[in-house]
Structures are given as C-alpha cells and as structure tokens.
Write a protein that binds this ligand. Structure first.
Ligand code: ATP
Length: 514
C-alpha cells in the first residue's frame, strides 16, 4: 500500500508538471479542494465528456441532452430534500483542531478489521498452498470468526446510528472504539454535529429583498424540473432519458486525495424515466450498460466492481456504485440509483403544478419512476490517469514515464517532429502538420534530441509520433512510432491520416461497448 501511495504522489506531481491539473489560485497558496485543469487536462477532460455524451445521446435514440443553469429556484432544494438532509456528521479533534467526518472515521475502523481478516486469509493461503479452501477457512478459523463478529457488531451499531442520524450514538462509537486523531493521536473529540454541504449565496440587491440561493450540489434536479418541457417539445415517449454534464458544488468537510473529492467538480448525469413497476429491470440494464462503458476504456476489467448499497436512501429502492481500483483502494466513480418517483412527486407537491406523464397508448397519466446514472468527470479522469500511469524500465535499463491513455482520449494524438532543425526537414514536418491538424490534435516539436522528444510525448500520453528525416524528402515516408510498443515503422505520408484516424476514432471506442 505504501508503494501505491508513493505512486499516487508521483502521479499528482506528474499532473502538475505536464499541464494536466494545477492547484487552483496557486500563487495565493491555493484554495483547498479546488483545482484547475491545464492545457493537457482540459483536452483529456473534453474527450472524456464527449465519450460519455456520445454514448448516451448517439447510441440511444431515446436519450437527449440539456444544459440547465447552476442557479435554480431555492424551493427546488427544499423539495429534493437537500436543505434538510444533505448533511454530513462532523467531529473535531480539540488538540489538532482537525475536522473529520464521523461516518468516515467509523468506516475506516471497519476497514481495519476487514484488513485483519484479509491478512489471516493471505497467511493461510500461503501456508496451505494449492489445497487452500478460502470459503471454509473464513467460515471456521477462530481468529477470523472473532474479527468477523466484531465487524458485524460495529457495523450494526453504525448502521443504526446513521439510519436514525443519532449524533450522540456516532460519538459514542468513536469513543468506545478508541479511535484517535491521526494527527494528534488523541481521543479529545468534540460532539458530533450536522453540517449541510450546500454552498449558498444571495441573488438580487438587498434593497429588493435578496433571495438566498444555492450552488447546485448535483445536476440531476435541473433535469427533473425540465423533464416535462423536454418530453413535450421533444415528443418523447416513456421510457426515455435526459443527459446533462455540468458543475456541481459541495462544501466537503474533508477534502483529500487530489481531485477525488473536490468542492467544485463536474458530473455527468442521466435520468431515465420509466413506467412504475419496470424500474428494477431498467436498473439492471443500466448497471450493465454503464459497466461496459467503463470497461471499453481498456484499463483492465479486474479494476472495476459493483458495490451494492445495503442501506438505501429513503427515496431509493435499489442502488449500486461502480468502484475503480485507485492507488488508495477500490473507490466509487459512479452511482446508479433507482430513485422511484420521489423527486418528481415532490416537485409536483412543492410547485403545485402537475408534472404527470400522459401515456398515449394506455390513456393514463402517471408520475414516472427514475433510474439515475451519475458519474463524476474528475473522479473518472483520476481513475484513467491512475490506470494509465506507468514508470517503465526498458530493456536497455533506461526508464520512462508513460501514460497509456486510450488513444481516443489522449490530449494530443500525433506529434510531428523533424529529425533536425535544418535541411528543409522542419518545412516538410510543418506541411504534414498543416494537413493533419484539421483531423485530430497534433503537436509540432523540434526542440531537443529525438529521444527527449519521445519521452515528453510519452509523458502526456501521445499515442503516435511521426518523424521526418532526410529520407522523407526522397521517399515520402515518415517513421511512425507507437507509444506503447515503441515500435517504429516507415509509413507513406499520405497513409498517416487514415492510420491514425482509425486508432483515435471515437466511433471505434463507442463500438467497443457493444
Ligand atoms: P461520496 O460518497 O464519495 O461522497 P456520493 O455518493 O455522495 O460520493 P453521488 O452524490 O452519488 O456521490 O455523486 C455521483 C458522483 O459524483 C460520484 O460517484 C462521484 O464520481 C462524483 N462526486 C461526488 N462528490 C464529489 C466530489 N466532492 N468531488 C468529485 N467528485 C464527486
């Protein structure tokens, strides 16, 4: 794990060094949990968003997109439950003055017990070798059973306290478990308090009577309040979906792990409106569809898993997370929720307007049920970088840092390089560049040795480099180098466009999901 954390630190500095992600407001010492995307980051991020957008709106005839405003009528957040219930329980350590989420402290304690069980299993697996029966070992080993019993008891107490939002009970668990602050090492805790995660601001001048409004903590509500506009103007028939990409804001208590948990971030959400009673079938379909979307990126199928929620939000009747194996363990990147008709019926109640769907086939009106797929752009960006970052030792003993990005998502698709800065090679390289730049993102590079230039492109994940040398002027061929295999091939200039266009094609990536 320590080694993994080390890799993660290197990844964070790599992101800064190569223009992917910068700490926001850096010259003013930064702003906690807010980040800016640099010249490479924005390209990767835009490609990622396009992959999602096209997967939703091109591949599904019954899904359309919208772009709703960040500011919305404040009653929307009352209706959605966010004003009253979008809270995290927080606790402070009096000695270190550090603030924590009480639920996270307890979940970490549960994870520690799970680790102990895993270690016992690992040790036994080594001892017994081939003949090891893991299921039997877990069911019978005394030490494992003791840990498991402890885990079950703690988990039960924790679930009860969270379900009842019993803040005193949460604090008591922290005290009983002897959980200490990782900074001060003490148990000098304050009481647990509720903390609402929404940012608020004021709209209008005070003379007019300013209105308190919120920065949206999710994009979904913009879809709910527009669903009938879209349904009517787009003549949509149930089942249908509305997709949206946009910023969301949450005043996270503990913002850690780089762009994993930010205070300003971006979501890609799709709400799929279905007939009541069919929602669980659609939930299953969307689980599979979304998993395929992730796997098509080629980061390794074993790095994904579902984590079904045992404890459901009061409005949901099924929920799961898609988790990715980050350097700091399996973590949620996407949530898939069966949200029933909770949001729509509450908007109906609070707005006083009927937002029922009229089904022309059955002549009945009803409030649709909703399946939501909600994925974080930034978290997915992080998962892709973590999955693609490699410090590779080459056969000649040299090392290189390479990002094995899916070619379609890479910020730069082709680097065009003259071998030397003379003899007409730069002019030829420019000519190639000027032709290809209309088809995909190219970068011209003539500085430093060719080896150094290759390393620079590896570091930003450019899948191809085309080098113009003296022979090019005679035979009309360039050397095309592949980032991953480092193989080089002589290719006629007029074939470059087709070869690269196919490799970086969004269409090809979209088809991998089928
Ligand atoms: P978590 O439990 O990690 O706080 P969540 O369950 O509250 O996440 P959702 O409300 O389901 O998250 O949001 C959907 C997706 O939005 C998440 O899967 C994640 O990818 C992204 N997301 C949520 N909060 C943040 C954040 N603070 N920073 C970056 N991405 C986020």
């Amino acid at each position: 794990m320590a080694q993994q954390e080390d890799v993660f630190k290197k990844l964070v500095s790599h992101c800064k060094e190569y223009g992917f992600v910068f700490p926001s407001s850096e010259i003013y010492d930064g702003l906690a949990a807010v980040y800016d995307y640099g010249q490479m980051g924005v390209e990767l991020k835009n490609n990622l968003k396009k992959y999602w957008w096209d997967s939703m709106t091109l591949m599904h005839e019954n899904i359309v997109g919208i772009d709703s405003a960040i500011f919305m009528h404040p009653t929307i957040w009352k209706a959605s439950g966010h004003v009253d219930a979008f809270n995290d329980p927080l606790i402070d350590n009096r000695d270190s003055k550090k603030r924590y989420r009480a639920d996270v402290l307890i979940e970490e304690q549960l994870a520690k017990i799970e680790d102990k069980i895993d270690k016992e299993v690992e040790k036994a697996a080594k001892r017994f070798g081939e003949s090891f029966d893991e299921a039997k070992f877990r069911a019978t080993n005394q030490r494992v059973l003791e840990h498991q019993k402890k885990w079950n008891q703690l988990h039960q107490r924790y679930s009860d306290a969270m379900n009842a939002m019993d803040l005193d009970a949460l604090k008591q668990i922290i005290l009983d478990e002897g959980i200490v602050c990782p900074i001060s090492g003490t148990r000098n805790w304050t009481d647990v308090r509720q903390f609402n995660l929404m940012f608020s601001t004021e709209m209008g001048s005070t003379a007019d009577g300013a209105m308190k409004i919120y920065l949206r903590p999710e994009t979904a509500q913009g879809i709910f309040v527009n669903y009938l506009n879209v349904q009517k103007t787009g003549r949509m028939k149930i089942p249908f979906g509305i997709a949206q990409i946009g910023k969301a804001f949450r005043n996270e208590i503990v913002a850690r792990q780089f762009i994993f948990r930010m205070r300003e971030f971006e979501q890609m959400e799709m709400q799929f409106f279905v007939k009541p009673g069919t929602e669980l079938e659609w939930f299953e379909k969307w689980k599979q569809t979304r998993l395929k979307w992730h796997k098509a990126l080629g980061l390794g199928d074993h790095k994904y898993r579902f984590h079904d929620h045992e404890k459901l939000a009061h409005y949901a009747n099924a929920a799961t997370d898609i988790e990715f194996l980050m350097p700091f363990g399996f973590k949620e990147v996407e949530g898939i929720h069966s949200r029933t008709n909770f949001d729509l019926s509450n908007h109906e109640k609070y707005s006083g307007k009927s937002i029922k769907y009229f089904d022309p086939e059955t002549n009945e009106s009803y409030t649709p049920y909703v399946i939501e797929t909600s994925i974080g752009v930034d978290r997915t960006f992080l998962s892709i970088l973590a999955g693609c970052y490699e410090e590779e030792t080459l056969s000649n003993g040299e090392t290189r840092v390479v990002l094995h990005l899916p070619a379609t998502l890479a910020p730069v698709k082709l680097a065009v390089m003259p071998l030397v800065k003379k003899d007409g090679l730069p002019e030829k390289a420019r000519e190639i560049m000027d032709d290809l730049k209309f088809h995909f993102k190219c970068q011209y590079d003539e500085k430093d040795s060719i080896g150094k230039r290759y390393r620079r492109q590896d570091a930003i994940g450019t899948p191809f480099c085309a080098t113009v040398d003296h022979d090019t002027l005679n035979d009309g061929r360039v050397t095309l180098r592949n980032r991953d295999t480092m193989q080089q091939e002589r290719i006629p200039i007029d074939r470059l466009k087709d070869i690269i266009a196919k490799e970086v094609s969004m269409t090809e990536l979209l088809k991998k999901q089928l």
